[in-house]
Design a protein around this ligand. Structure first.
Ligand SMILES: C[S@@+](CC[C@H](N)C(=O)[O-])C[C@H]1O[C@@H](n2cnc3c(N)ncnc32)[C@H](O)[C@@H]1O
Length: 726
């Protein structure tokens, strides 16, 4: 799916003569409007060009520009005052008004469907309808259909070739436009066509033809007409069955379920209705309801293998939801770039959503958890299989709009996510059905996508490999995980397997304690990282580390650390030495010296049990440098420092090669505030290598075991450390 970058905010721009001209944003009547002939002629040229271009090019997405947000209409087309096109004013949203229009051209399909429309008085205009679903025939507004546009936004689309203004009705919110049935009395006399087909049987046949041609949206439309004009009640169940099956193919599970249940006749053939309803509920990840319907289907048709199979699948999902018992290794093996949506239930019962003292809602533990425990595992609510970084956000936005339109029952859980500050008040009617579709505000959807989505590799395990392709991440929404607030030194770590988010405890968590995660990897300087949170999510972090660094440590100390870190970075030029790189001793000595000063710049009374993030880069580098020189004792010394700098408790004397201690214990300290990343695993491996080099087998083995535990935390499940070499 290609991406259309958000249209630029309306700002001043230089004109041809270099003079800055401000776009005209005043509400006013349009200047000169083109004639019907001109509009149709220009439009036909575009449509022709499209017809000549290669078929099946993906539709681009118009991502909403939050700076230009406006609310969706919550009114029915029957509640607004119908106005003629001639009353439209540019740069206006025409609150309280609506249009009834006939589409008089085939559409040009780009990011939106652009068509020419006419009102009952013969006025014509251009319309662009965005964010419609492929499952809806409105995505291609067929010529001849009648549409209602609620509270239309009329805009200047740019300039025509002759320099005149190009006007357009711009429909961003998918629920602002509604398809009007040909027999609806709301259609004014001059636009009326009367019914295209006469009988329910005719419509049913038309539906069947569309179905066979795989034009499923049209099939749904025809079956709907058939149901509407059917006089014989006995005719309806078979149409409901057909429409349910078609909706199931389209992924419109809510309607599939509703139609399936409406198709029941009270006879033994109702197993089909229950089977379809069960599959629809499965599609909505509502496994307990799915089980109910599938049980009923089995009662009526106990030997049917298809029902049995679905039933078994359903039981497996319920077991996962209940126990969190997953075979992660098998799941990992089943993953492929084409198969990222896993058939799994979500395990969330160790956690609950409650009000957080920090902000809005938070996630809290319902039982005591130990380091390594599965806190929760959640299948993505929405995650497109799109790992191209340039396209991932737009794909998630488009999928969210599509899924909510197709399955209004999803609206409640998704629309309650935090969308950040909006420029207007949210309407409580969002997500409720008006004119048969849920009211969707695309700017709210973009806001909540932005504030709640996670970037996700195909699997975290693969992402930890040196050969991993950088930046290939999809974006997804996990509604349960969206309740997590951020802490720089959190108590959980998330990882991914396909669209499954795995959250593991990185320290002891007591029942009732709030659960935190890092939104993004933390920057070492507190003001820099808090700038990221402020810009991205609008908050300042109040975790133990941020409070210590920003409130307790003096500005002078902060500046000193910043300055020393800059000096270290300058020498290292952001390169971690590889095993075979020979580093001049003088460079190592300079880094070592600076690192000592940097270490001393951390006040012991403040950093006693906290990570010292500014030291991590340099200490990691020193591990690499001494490893390259096979200087085992210094490798041990600095690997221990790395672990300490990540906030792990190191016993007295651990920096010495002769100290006997147990690195496996470091994850279980109650008082220390540690930060778990893949670098901790790497440091533990270096420690093991160095102990091995010195012949200290037991220490080496303990270090490997600690690294394996750390790797389990990072990747979500137990894995061989050799993955880190592939
Ligand atoms: C994904 S939501 C987290 C759940 C959120 N508390 C809610 O009520 O929906 C992200 C938003 O939570 C808030 N937030 C997250 N971590 C925070 C923290 N440590 N302190 C204050 N606000 C935080 C910010 O407003 C952020 O934009």
């Amino acid at each position: 799916m290609a991406v259309v970058l958000p249209s630029p905010p309306v700002t001043a721009s230089p004109g041809l003569d270099g003079v800055v001209t401000k776009p005209d944003t005043t509400t006013r009547a349009p200047r000169v409007k083109p004639t019907k002939e001109d509009l149709l002629k220009t439009h036909a040229v575009h449509v022709q060009k499209q017809a000549n271009s290669p078929e099946n090019a993906p539709r681009p997405v118009k991502q909403p520009n939050l700076a230009l947000a406006y609310p969706a209409s919550t009114k029915s087309i029957r509640e607004v005052d119908i106005i003629p096109l001639s009353q439209l004013e540019v740069n206006s949203h025409h609150r309280g008004s609506g249009l009834i229009l006939k589409v008089i051209s085939p559409p040009f399909l780009g990011a939106g469907a652009v068509s020419i429309v006419e009102d009952e008085f013969g006025n014509v205009d251009k319309i662009s309808i965005y964010n419609q679903n492929d499952s809806s025939i409105l995505s291609g507004v067929p010529e001849g259909c009648i549409i209602g546009v609620k509270e239309p936004y009329y805009t200047i689309n740019g300039k025509n070739a002759d320099g005149s203004e190009d006007y357009m009705i711009c429909v961003d919110h998918p629920s602002d436009v509604t398809l009007i049935r040909f027999t609806d009395p709301i259609i004014p006399e001059p636009l009326r066509l009367g019914p295209l087909l006469k009988t329910a049987e005719d419509w049913k046949k038309a539906g069947d033809t569309a179905f066979l041609e795989k034009d499923f949206p049209t099939a749904v439309f025809c079956y709907t007409e058939a149901l509407d004009c059917a006089e014989d009640e006995g005719f309806k169940p078979s149409i409901y069955t057909k429409r349910a099956g078609t909706s199931l193919i389209l992924g419109r599970y809510d309607s599939a379920k509703e139609d399936a249940l409406a198709s029941r006749t009270g006879t033994s053939t109702d197993w089909k209705a229950y089977y379809t309803a069960g599959r629809a509920c499965y599609g909505l990840c509502n496994y307990s309801e799915s089980k109910e319907y599938l049980s009923k289907a089995l009662e009526l048709n106990p030997t049917n293998p298809a029902i049995k199979k679905e039933y078994e699948r359903c039981l497996a999902r319920l077991h996962e939801e209940e126990t969190g018992d997953y075979d992660f290794e098998a799941i990992y093996k089943s993953l492929s770039p084409k198969n990222v949506h896993l058939d799994l239930g979500s395990f969330t019962r160790n956690t609950e959503v409650k009000a957080s003292p920090l902000h809005g809602r938070g996630l809290f533990a319902t039982k005591d958890l130990a380091p390594g425990d599965l806190v929760f595992a959640e299948k993505a609510t929405l995650m497109p299989n799109q790992y191209e970084p340039m396209r991932a956000s737009a794909a998630l936005y488009a999928l969210t709009v599509r899924q909510l339109l197709d399955n209004p029952s999803l609206c409640k859980s998704v629309l309650q996510l935090y969308p950040g500050e909006m420029t207007y008040e949210r309407n409580p009617l969002e997500g409720t059905l008006v004119d048969g579709v849920p009211v969707l505000d695309v700017f709210v959807i973009e806001g909540l996508r932005n504030k709640n989505c996670f970037s996700v590799p195909l699997s975290t395990l693969e992402d930890t490999r040196p050969t991993a392709q950088e930046g290939r991440q999809a974006k997804g929404l996990w509604v349960h995980a969206s309740n997590l607030n951020h802490a720089c030194v959190p108590n959980t770590l998330r990882s991914f397997l396909g669209d499954m988010l795995i959250s593991r405890a990185t320290r002891h968590i007591k029942a009732g304690e709030e659960i935190f995660q890092q939104y993004v990897p933390v920057k070492s300087l507190p003001d820099v990282r808090n700038g990221v949170y402020k810009d991205g999510w609008g908050f300042e972090c109040s975790c133990t580390l941020c409070v210590a660094e920003l409130k307790q440590s003096s500005e002078a100390s902060r500046e000193k650390r910043k300055d020393l870190l800059a000096q270290v970075e300058k020498i290292l030029n952001k390169k971690t030495p590889r095993a075979k790189t020979i580093i001049p001793d003088a460079t190592i000595r300079s880094v070592d010296k600076l690192m000592k000063q940097l270490e001393e710049a951390h006040e012991p009374e403040i950093y006693g049990r906290l990570p010292r993030l500014t030291l991590i880069y340099g200490s990691n580098w020193l591990v690499g440098a001494y490893r390259g020189k096979k200087n085992y004792s210094k490798t041990i010394r600095h690997a221990v420092k790395v672990l300490r700098n990540f906030g792990f408790e190191m016993p007295q004397g651990a920096e010495s090669q002769d100290k006997v201690w147990d690195p496996r214990q470091m994850f279980f300290s109650e008082e220390w505030h540690s930060l778990m990343t893949i670098h901790v695993v790497v440091a533990l491996r270096r420690l093991a290598e160095a102990y091995n080099g010195l012949g200290k087998k037991e220490m080496a083995e303990r270090s490997v075991e600690a690294a394996e535990f750390g790797y389990m935390l990072v990747t979500g499940f137990k894995n061989d450390l050799s993955n880190l070499d592939r």
